[in-house]
Design a protein around this ligand. Structure first.
Ligand SMILES: [Ca+2]
Ligand SMILES: [Ca+2]
Ligand SMILES: [Ca+2]
Length: 440
């Protein structure tokens, strides 16, 4: 029987999250043992829908870390999450199998580690960017340590259910009591303090234009107008994207500045850039997204002035700006139709988290709201099937969390629709009246 000598250094060199101390300088496994270990690892990874490179599997001898080891709690947490309890096994001698891990979209996801005792897995986790994660957590931080408060799902809030007779649709602008909605060629604004009365209605069909996005701030707002165009495919392909066909449904043409209730305050401003896809009021400025960049404008004395441009590295169709973890600095949450990205902004933008989905399936706006009132905000996004996902912030990245909002029956959108400081949510059913769930 051929014996395969395994060099030991590899497992340690892979990460600074040094989970398992190497004991010896070498050990041997039979071909049969190797294929049995590989089989167990492959089955576990396939069950959790991970991609992996079987040729990258390597094996070494090690020990389960002691409780005093700085990585112990992370490994114990990650392992417990997949049903493996390492308590009582500290210092046990184990065979460690490692394999290169991939997301469903083919991106590298780090390295998965399996510890075996008596050829049975006793500890499983993966390491990405020097941090340990549960194999159940699919979207680790790209940069850890930036967000530091986690969602407390034990905190709950109650809601009063009310039917809204106003024909509200996807809410794209919200400031105080004014709710801005886009309906085909119209930008419609409702006042929630006045029984959702329509306070402004702008129809751009006559000019052959339609709102691509609208925004409202305390002082003013804006409507980004575009014209429909035939679906085009851009020549540029994102190097880490498996979806090279990026649909550009409309071309940006003009920007209309409005008052804080959505009424235009002057003539439309022609835009030089035809690829603007969203407009967001933030801190008195207007942020417009184009391709993979954000342009920051000031609006003062009737003049729109471009102050800054930032490159984010991923396409931006939708943008929400909010302080998710409540530490006083805002995060920029973007969607390119396929994935969600969360950035922090310093002198440049830094990607701190992203999803790794494969299909272009996200629709509508991004909503950031703290519906349970624990001080940490959640992210709500609806896919093309009309199913809304709630992403909650955990130490393992943002995870999808059910909590009723996934149940379908229409789109869910979230925000403080009555300006009382507590976030509410609405169900936009496929048919019938919109239902407001008002936080109590
Ligand atoms: Ca923050
Ligand atoms: Ca929350
Ligand atoms: Ca509210």
């Amino acid at each position: 029987m051929k014996k395969l000598m395994i060099m030991l250094a590899s497992a340690l060199a892979l990460t600074s999250c040094t989970q398992v101390q190497q004991e010896g300088t070498g050990f041997s496994l039979t071909d049969e043992q190797i294929s049995a270990y590989k089989e167990q690892m492959g089955t576990a990874l396939k069950e959790k829908s991970w991609g992996f490179n079987p040729d990258s599997a390597s094996f070494s001898l090690g020990t389960i870390p002691e409780e005093t080891d700085e990585d112990y709690s992370n490994i114990a947490y990650a392992s417990a999450s997949v049903g493996l309890d390492i308590s009582g096994r500290e210092g046990d001698s184990v065979v460690i199998g490692s394999v290169d891990l991939q997301h469903i979209n083919g991106r590298s996801a780090g390295t998965a580690y399996f510890s075996f005792e008596n050829e049975t897995p006793v500890c499983e986790y993966y390491v990405y960017n020097d941090s340990c994660y549960s194999l159940n957590s699919k979207n680790p931080f790209e940069k850890s340590g930036v967000l530091t408060a986690w969602e407390d799902t034990s905190v709950t809030r109650s809601f009063n259910e009310e039917k809204i007779s106003a024909p509200l649709g996807d809410v794209y602008a919200l400031s105080g009591n004014i709710i801005g909605v886009i309906d085909e060629s119209k930008a419609l604004y409702y006042d929630s303090s006045d029984d959702f009365r329509l306070v402004s209605s702008q129809d751009f069909a006559g000019e052959g234009l339609k709102p691509l996005d609208i925004t409202l701030g305390e002082e003013y707002g804006a409507i980004l107008l575009g014209e429909e165009m035939e679906t085009e495919v851009t020549g540029e392909v994102q190097n880490d994207s498996v979806n090279p066909e990026r649909e550009i449904p409309a071309r940006s043409v003009e920007l209309v500045i409005t008052d804080a209730s959505g009424n235009p305050t002057g003539e439309p401003i022609p835009l030089e850039v035809s690829t603007y896809s969203s407009v967001t009021y933030h801190d008195g400025k207007l942020i417009l997204s184009r391709d993979k960049s954000l342009d920051e404008f000031t609006w003062s004395k009737g003049t729109l002035t471009k102050e800054n441009a930032y490159s984010l590295g991923n396409y931006i169709d939708r943008l929400a700006i909010d302080d998710i973890d409540g530490d006083g600095s805002d995060e920029y949450i973007t969607s390119d139709g396929t994935n969600i990205y969360v950035y922090s902004k310093g002198s440049t933008f830094e990607l701190i988290w992203r999803t790794n989905m494969q299909l272009n399936s996200l629709e509508g706006n991004i909503y950031v709201a703290d519906l349970n009132g624990d001080g940490v905000k959640e992210i709500y996004l609806t896919d093309s099937l009309g199913i809304t996902a709630r992403y909650i912030l955990t130490s393992q990245g943002f995870n999808i969390d059910g909590g009723g909002l996934l149940s379908g029956g229409g789109k869910y959108i979230a925000g403080d629709f009555d300006a009382d400081g507590m976030d509410d949510y609405m169900l936009l059913p496929e048919e019938g009246d919109c239902i407001l769930y008002r936080a109590q």
